[in-house]
Design a protein around this ligand. Structure first.
Ligand code: GCW
Length: 715
């Protein structure tokens, strides 16, 4: 080993290097590739204050989960406080972590019954007196609850909360909080915009990518407790013995973090893998095949979550292929999983084409007749809106529409229709709007949040936006959507502002002015994208197939309901889809108070106007303007938002590390280009019907309509 002597050139070089590193360490803007997500654990400005309070930590408990807790606390506290902290097991530590079963100290606090009564996964964090000193206690009835409590505690430090009088009990409102990965076995991701799949099937089970642990940590830190590994457009191969062994290897990594794996099951697997002549759910041999498959899976993965099924949807096989019902199909699988406590998550994304039908009403029509007919371990997974993850949709009428069914929402975190990983859109506000929608299922106040949490089994799924990109989500700011999904799954009444503030402080900066600026940007971003893509209730104006840029003129898909023209119905009179009595009347699927509001042209919220009504170009809006002028101004407003956000972001140079600052700036350039393209393409096209000039304040398009029609926006 070579030692550097003072006075030597090498000493000077070395010393300068150390100084440089120290300087970078002190400065808040050292480069960051975003890999650490919101678990950055860099030293917080209040570190000194915290150091007095947290001198040592005791973790009482022996299990893989407790090992994870120890690791997280020692890395987390050392980083946040800027000094290493002893993580041991002494009762005189300043922080004590455990369960009544694992910790004498906690048992003696007399919390056993109360902790038992907190929902599974819940925890308690309190500052308590112990003789003449005060101790912070993180306790739960379960190991995983203790882990969640640990992450909460770290979040308190990361967001610089006071620790003197902690007094909180937390428990999840929804039981199954699941990420859905639309990952194919070849490593590609359907609607994925952040690289390849995180599961390297060819290397598994022999090689386990350490990144899987970081994925599990990130999820556990926000309470996510399930992961569906493969695309709902499923390949039956995932259910072969060879793949199940790989799945089991992943499950082993996730288990200490409280995450169960689930698989998307292809309904016709008994034919493809079992060589049976049919997959009819009432066929004896088929029933036996699924039972044996379930037994095989649970032998390898005792805590396997269950199957997700996309049946009779977009060409996928299902029970209706055999003239059986959705309930027949779901219940057959449920019977195979039930002895193992497994779930069937049956997707309601079903929209068979019938002449003259309205796709927005199809799922309700198909599934509603089966209310009360599904087995107890079946969850019905329904997209937030009736069409398909559009920038804005009213809530799906199946929420509050199936009182005897365990309906769980499916949200899309990946931005299939929201500018992929190029556009900065904070989705919490969109999801808030959904959760706050009043379904009137049991009178006023029956919000979606309430309806979905008041079930015997409750849950939520989010289609993940993660991938192999170093920063996980393709765009640094979109990590916030993964975070927001977890926080809302834990408590669907959490405010967007709270989520945005927490995330910003944990992920980007502690500078209060910068935090306020970034939070404001985040909270305005969803309305902006709606404005420049599909304002006033417009929907599905997307270029066919990839769903990136605008193509409101598109009419060449083989199904009518894959074509934008089907949705906007622009003509010389006006624009919009009439879903009232004079049209498809699918508005009648909502409970009467909601229906009455939506179907009344005067009372319908303007943000949903063209979703429910075909409206004259000259219709007077609340602003006093005509519909045409109002629409054009919305498009302009969307563009203006992106421009002003670019300027606001530019002011953050130096507050956020250069690497992330620059990456986000570059994405905003793309977002501005796209917003302008959206505005111009849509307005020029709609103008061919409206035949009215653009109102003052709306910029003149740079190209002719033919140019926009000729070329998809690059992505
Ligand atoms: O939004 C549509 C997507 C499909 C997807 C489907 C679904 C996985 O365009 O890519 O398939 O929904 O949710 O099943």
């Amino acid at each position: 080993m070579v030692y550097f002597k003072p006075g030597s050139t090498r000493y000077f070089v070395k010393a300068s290097f150390v100084l440089f590193v120290l300087f970078c360490g002190i400065s808040a803007v050292k480069a960051d590739d975003g890999y650490r997500l919101w678990l950055r654990y860099d030293k917080v400005p209040s570190a000194d204050k915290y150091r007095d309070r947290i001198q040592s930590i005791a973790v009482h408990g022996k299990s893989a989960t407790f090992d994870a807790i120890r690791r997280e606390l020692s890395v987390g506290c050392a980083g946040l406080l800027g000094t290493s902290i002893v993580v041991g097991d002494r009762d005189d530590a300043s922080v004590i972590v455990g369960t009544p079963q694992t910790s004498n100290f906690i048992r003696k606090l007399g919390w056993v019954i109360e902790l038992q009564r907190i929902e599974p996964g819940g925890y308690r964090i309190r500052t308590v007196r112990d003789g003449n000193r005060s101790v912070i206690v993180i306790a739960s009835a379960t190991d995983v609850g203790t882990l969640y409590g640990t992450f909460h505690f770290l979040r308190l430090l990361q967001t610089e909360q006071p620790l003197a009088r902690l007094h909180l009990d937390q428990s999840p409102r929804l039981s199954f909080r699941i990420l859905n990965h639309w990952d194919n076995l070849d490593g590609s991701i359907e609607r994925g915009y952040a690289g390849k799949s995180l599961w390297n099937w060819s290397e598994l089970p022999a090689h386990i990518d350490p990144r899987l642990t970081d994925y599990a940590r990130a999820n556990a830190s926000i309470g996510i407790n399930g992961s569906v590994l493969n695309n709902v457009n499923a390949n039956a191969q995932i259910l072969t013995a060879e793949y199940l062994e790989k799945v089991a290897a992943i499950a082993n990594v996730f288990r200490p973090y409280g995450i169960r794996v689930y698989l998307s099951a292809r309904f016709s697997a008994p034919i493809e893998l079992g060589k049976l002549p049919t997959a009819d759910p009432l066929d004896r041999a088929v029933i036996e095949w699924w039972k044996a498959k379930a037994d095989e899976i649970y032998k390898l993965i005792p805590d396997f979550g269950g199957f997700v099924v996309k049946a009779n949807s977009e060409g996928q096989p299902g029970p209706r292929t055999y003239s059986r019902t959705h309930a027949d199909g779901a219940n057959m699988l449920a019977a195979a999983l039930e002895p193992h406590l497994g779930l069937v998550i049956w997707r309601a994304f079903v929209y068979d084409m019938k002449p003259g039908y309205d796709r927005a009403g199809a799922a309700y029509e198909n599934l509603h007749p089966f209310d009360g007919k599904f087995a107890r371990n079946v969850l019905l997974q329904v997209k937030n809106g009736p069409i398909d993850f559009q920038p804005r949709e009213p809530f799906h009428p199946l929420f509050g529409g199936m009182p005897q069914t365990q309906v769980i929402p499916e949200l899309q975190i990946t931005q299939e229709y929201l500018g992929f990983s190029n556009h900065f859109v904070f989705l919490a506000t969109m999801w808030r709007e959904f959760f706050d929608s009043d379904t009137y299922a049991d009178g006023r106040g029956s919000t979606v949040a309430k309806e979905v949490s008041d079930k015997y089994l409750s849950g939520i799924s989010g289609v993940a936006n993660t991938g192999s990109d170093r920063n996980w989500t393709g765009h640094h700011m979109l990590q916030a959507n993964w975070y927001a999904f977890g926080r809302l799954a834990w408590n669907p009444d959490t405010s967007s502002e709270q989520i945005a503030t927490e995330w910003t402080r944990m992920t980007l900066t502690h500078d209060p002015k910068a935090v306020a600026t970034i939070v404001r940007m985040m909270l305005g971003s969803h309305e902006a994208v709606v404005n420049y893509m599909t304002p006033l209730g417009l929907h599905h104006l997307f270029w066919g197939g990839h769903h990136y840029g605008p193509a409101p003129w598109w009419d060449t898909e083989k199904r009518d309901d894959w074509n934008p023209v089907y949705y906007h119905k622009a003509d010389a009179f006006g624009i919009g889809f009439d879903r009232t009595k004079t049209g498809s009347n699918t508005v009648s699927q909502y409970h009467p108070p909601v229906r009455r509001q939506f179907e009344d042209l005067q009372r319908c919220p303007e943000k949903f106007l063209l979703w429910f009504h075909h409206v004259s170009w000259d219709h007077k809006m609340k602003s006093g303007r005509t519909l045409w002028d109002e629409m054009a101004l919305h498009y302009q407003e969307g563009v203006d938002w992106v421009r002003s956000t670019r300027a606001t972001w530019a002011d953050l140079r130096g507050v956020i590390d250069d690497e992330r600052y620059t990456a986000v700036s570059d994405k905003l350039v793309i977002q501005e280009r796209d917003a302008v393209w959206w505005r111009d393409a849509c307005l020029l096209y709609f103008q061919t019907f409206a035949k009215r000039p653009l109102p003052a304040g709306v910029e003149k398009p740079a190209h002719a309509l033919a140019d926009y029609k000729a070329k998809a926006l690059d992505y």
